[in-house]
Structure formats: C-alpha cells, structure tokens
Design a binder for this molecule. Sequence first.
Ligand code: PEP
Ligand code: MN
Length: 288
Amino acid sequence: MAGSEAKKVLRKDGEHTVKVALSPTLTIGDGSFVVIAGPCALENTDQVEKASSAVKNAGAHVLRGGAFKPRTSPYSFQGLGEVGLKLLAEQGKKLRVPVISEVMEVNQLALMLDYVDVLQVGARNMHNFSLLREVAKAGRPVVLKRGFGATLEEWLLAAEYLLDGGTDQVILCERGIRSFDNTLRNTLDLAGMAWVKERSKLPVIVDPSHSTGVRSLVIPMALAAAAAGADGIMVEVHPTPDQALCDGPQALTPAMFEQLMQALPPLLSATGRSLAHHTLSAVSGGAR
Ligand code: PEP
Ligand code: MN
C-alpha cells in the first residue's frame, strides 16, 4: 500500500491470514466462514434465551448481544449493562458458544472481561485510541468495526493501534459507511472489504445488518460477503423484531436466519470454502 503508515496489519508477501482463536475450539482466519449472530441489544431473560437458542440451533458459531449501547439519542434504550452481560454469558455457557459484546469505555473493560470471550469495538469508537490501547492489553480477541466516516487507511491504522499495543488477535468488521445517498442506513463497502482482505493479514468480516438497516437486504448482502471472500459475518437476529428495543427493522427473524444458514454452505462451496465448525478437542463456551 503506497504511502501507508500501517505496518503490522499489512500482509507481507506470501503471509497467511492471522488465525484468531474465538474460543479454545473455534478459529477465524483459517479460510472457513464464521457466523456471529444475536440481538442488537440484550433486553430481558426471555428475549436473550429465545434469540440465543434460535441462532445456535440454526448453526451460529458465536453469540452476540449489546449490553452497553451507543445510541444516537440519549433517550433511547441504553442497554442492560451488567445484567445483560450475565444473561449473555449464561447462554454462552449453556449452549457452548463463545460470546461477544461491545465495550464502549475503558472503565467497562474489567467488568466485560468477566463475561465475554470476544470484545467488540464499535464504529463510533474506532477512533478512540486510548480505548484501543487498553483493549489491546486485555488478552481477548477483538472485533474492530470500521467507523462510518473512516477511510480504509484510517480503519487499518486503528487496527495498527491494537497490534502495536501487543495483540494480533484482531478481526476487522466492515459495517457500512455514510455516503451521499441516505436511502439505506449505510452504504456497504464490499469492495473496500475485499481490498482490505487482500492487503491486511487480519481476518475481515461483514455486518450486513447495520450496513443496510433493512431486513430484506440482510440475507443477500450476507451471501455477497461470503462470495466476496469475507471470513465471516455478524448478523442481528431478534425473536420478535417488531418489539425490539433497538434496530428492529434490520433484525432477521429466527426463520430468516435459518434460511440464511441453509443458503451459505452451497455458496461457500462454490468458492472451495465451508462454514466453520467447533473442533471437538476441548470443551468451550462462556467466558474463559
Ligand atoms: C452493534 O453491532 O450493535 C453496533 C452498535 O454496531 P456499529 O458500531 O457498527 O454501529
Ligand atoms: Mn444494532
């Protein structure tokens, strides 16, 4: 990449993609396709249980759910905090899948480490370099979302903070950017994802939920991401999207998520790939 300040995140000639351990039995970056799914926000016991069992039964590898929500309006639901993290961790243990949740602030980090296997840094915090420096020291894999106003170079340099801070267990997530066209919630930059995948040694995933904001577009864009070579996807699923406290219009129903999980294998196999699977060598699930 001519003129780039990025160093550690770039792929040297012939270098393989970094394998990131999401749990003792699940790896991303080995060519297989990882599906992270769950509700936007953790809302209550019933919702978390229903969403978790639906995505796990359909074949999701990692369970997601926000406990600290970076909402545009201070009057919108801000998340359940620790209560939500507890619910998420319980489901992760029960269903034997790793869990991911967003850390918004440095002072939430210690608490999060008690409950989550993977840390998420959200689009709004991609430029929060002091948070990145602390997250780098946490010893957990990190999903770093692209800021919606960030260039590809700025996204890579944000990841460089994590690598320079001492971890290479980093996954990049394209989640759509703001463009002149506001018809959809964001503009999914699939070509940018593929460009980053070529140049960076880090695994790259796509979030077809926030990048479209429209339920009917989530499955097509998830499949497009798989066809374009992404290492996985992160998808929002809600048992009753019409009642969701956050991002209902983009949430898949459990039936639609199942449909997506059925559609992925033939598409992946057309490019010589397959869905990831948890290896049986160890027992996983819940916070380590
Ligand atoms: C999310 O994944 O719940 C989220 C808030 O996403 P983003 O940071 O991409 O807006
Ligand atoms: Mn959301």
